[in-house]
Design a protein around this ligand. Structure first.
Ligand SMILES: [Ca+2]
Length: 540
């Protein structure tokens, strides 16, 4: 008898740093993710694409973001490669698996379609999902989310009329319901479930009980805790003992000098509560898989879409723009109280009437020990946990893998392990060749060949070839790092190795031309000429 093909549960979260969860050195209680790691694999060098939309586009299609039409974000007037809308030269994992006999489900944030309110061919049901519950937009209230949708139908009223609604829980509930119903109705058919949490993306919204649990957990402050995380990661063999801690953002005070400590710690407590709630949901999803007897033959993959975020709630846009144009906030709570935008030490974050973010210094902690944040291609912007759990396919339970990889590898891995065919054409359109490579060989051990990896986001860019990483913080010059000696990117070797820099830059330029990357100066002018302001395409 033919062995049943594995199910795939792909869990993505939003704006979480490399070292936040327990099994990557953080203080947050994530027993369910930790258990997946203990029975599966943790990858120490997996990379995303520095921001929500491009990461999702790349992960779901196996291509680079610019090839899919989602070069930056989801605004609808950009040029080729930046239309902000999934194009027809790519297919999603859901399309590929559905054509290969899988049932396909999605619960959570989409954020790769320019139309937020009217269904288009870039919405989930038209991109291979049999079912969809979630939001089309990239951010918003956890209590009353904009663009809440089931299938192709707006269901915002379901949250608005339900005092108990909380988006993280709703995403988990729906994922569990899919698994339960699938087991009841079509247990012999393999399935793909994409669970895209918005936690811990700002605003800092969380349940009071979850926040209370973290009281005191961060009182030692960002400096001591960064050191503690690095110490743990080195002790566990995740990071190399020779890599040094990066300096914290010099614009932020040492913890000992910081004012408003009660408010500052509360910000991090709410962030932790957001992640904690997600982990509770992961626990329920795993329990549903276990109860249905599917857990052993399900590949569960967990990762984050970009590094910890140093961007605050946009201050250069009006409340009207936040609410009506960007649609990332509501002007009133469901009970009709006014809401308060922006970070205000006089007001504790967490409840529905607040829109706050945790700030640069805590983002430094999230990304410890690495440099920079979401939006940059230095390690702090693109390093993510990657946990893979698959009892039938992974023997070396609890091990760490140092094989580098990045988002296009997810499609390649899924295609490899399910036996599905990645198409060269779809509905008469040519589909770009798959850019990733399967991670499956690394399930058995490190040491395989790794093709060069490339990134570009808003002018920030990198190429990694073997141990070498060439990286640019736009508009500054290229920097060169030896990732075996210095993964925290503290010792720039560019001037000492000009020949290597020139060679890698040439390879980067060839890749950028091949994949339709438009230089930052030019894309900015093009977007502005088409009425898309910086505030719009950089700040949400
Ligand atoms: Ca994100």
């Amino acid at each position: 008898m033919k062995k049943k093909r594995p199910n795939v549960v792909l869990i993505l979260n939003d704006d979480m740093g490399y070292s936040d969860i327990g099994c990557y050195g953080g203080e947050i209680d994530t027993p369910n993710l930790d258990r997946l790691a203990a029975n599966g694999l943790r990858f120490s060098q997996f990379y995303n694409t520095a921001r929500c939309s491009p990461s999702r586009a790349s992960m779901l299609t196996g291509l680079h973001p610019h090839q899919t039409g989602v070069g930056i974000l989801t605004y609808d007037s950009g040029p080729e490669g930046y239309a902000g809308n999934l194009n027809h030269r790519c297919v999603t994992i859901a399309q590929v698996l559905k054509r290969n006999g899988y049932k396909t489900y999605m619960s959570g944030k989409w954020h790769i379609a320019s139309s937020l309110t009217q269904p288009t061919d870039a919405w989930p049901l038209q991109r291979g999902f049999d079912e969809f519950f979630g939001t089309i937009i990239g951010a918003g209230s956890f209590y009353d989310p904009s663009t809440l949708t089931r299938g192709n139908e707006n269901i915002e009223h379901e949250a608005r009329t339900n005092d108990a609604f909380f988006y993280t829980d709703a995403i988990s509930d729906q994922a569990v319901a899919y698994i339960d119903r699938h087991q009841r109705d079509c247990a012999d058919t393999p399935f793909f479930t994409y669970v895209a949490y918005t936690a811990p993306h700002r605003p800092l919204h969380a349940h009071a009980a979850d926040i209370a649990k973290y009281k005191g957990r961060f009182d030692h402050g960002w400096d001591a805790l960064r050191g503690e995380r690095l110490r743990k990661l080195v002790e566990w063999g995740m990071l190399d003992p020779h890599w040094q801690m990066t300096p914290r953002d010099p614009a932020q005070p040492p913890w000992s000098d910081a004012g408003n400590k009660a408010w500052l710690t509360r910000c991090m407590e709410v962030y932790a509560a957001q992640v904690d709630r997600m982990d509770q949901g992961v626990g329920r999803i795993i329990a549903a898989l276990d109860k249905s007897g599917q857990l052993d033959n399900t590949i569960v993959i967990f990762l984050s879409d970009n590094g910890g975020c140093a961007e605050d709630i946009p201050e250069n846009v009006t409340v009207d723009e936040l609410v009506n144009k960007l649609m990332i906030a509501k002007s009133h709570t469901r009970a009709g109280e006014p809401v308060h935008f922006g970070n205000d030490p006089g007001r504790m974050p967490g409840p529905e009437n607040t829109y706050q973010s945790y700030g640069t210094a805590w983002a430094n902690l999230s990304n410890a020990p690495f440099r920079l944040y979401k939006h940059w291609i230095h390690e702090g912007g693109i390093s993510t946990p990657l946990i893979v759990h698959w009892p039938q396919g992974i023997v070396d339970a609890g091990a760490i893998r140092h094989t580098p990889g990045y988002l296009p590898d997810i499609m390649a891995t899924v295609v490899d392990l399910t036996g599905a065919q990645y198409p060269d054409a779809w509905d008469g359109n040519a589909i770009a060749p798959l850019k990733g490579q399967s991670l499956a060989p690394a399930f058995d051990g490190d040491g395989g060949e790794r093709a060069p990896m490339f990134w570009e986001h808003e002018g920030n860019a990198a190429v990694r070839i073997g141990r070498w990483k060439l990286v640019r913080n736009y508009p500054a010059a290229w920097e060169l790092y030896d990732m075996e000696m210095d993964r925290t990117e503290l010792h720039d070797l560019a001037s000492a190795q000009a020949v290597r820099v020139a060679d890698m830059a040439r390879q980067y330029d060839a890749w950028a031309a091949r994949c339709g990357v438009i230089p930052r100066e030019k894309i900015l002018a093009l977007m502005q000429s088409q009425g898309v302001t910086r505030a719009f395409w950089e700040k949400s």
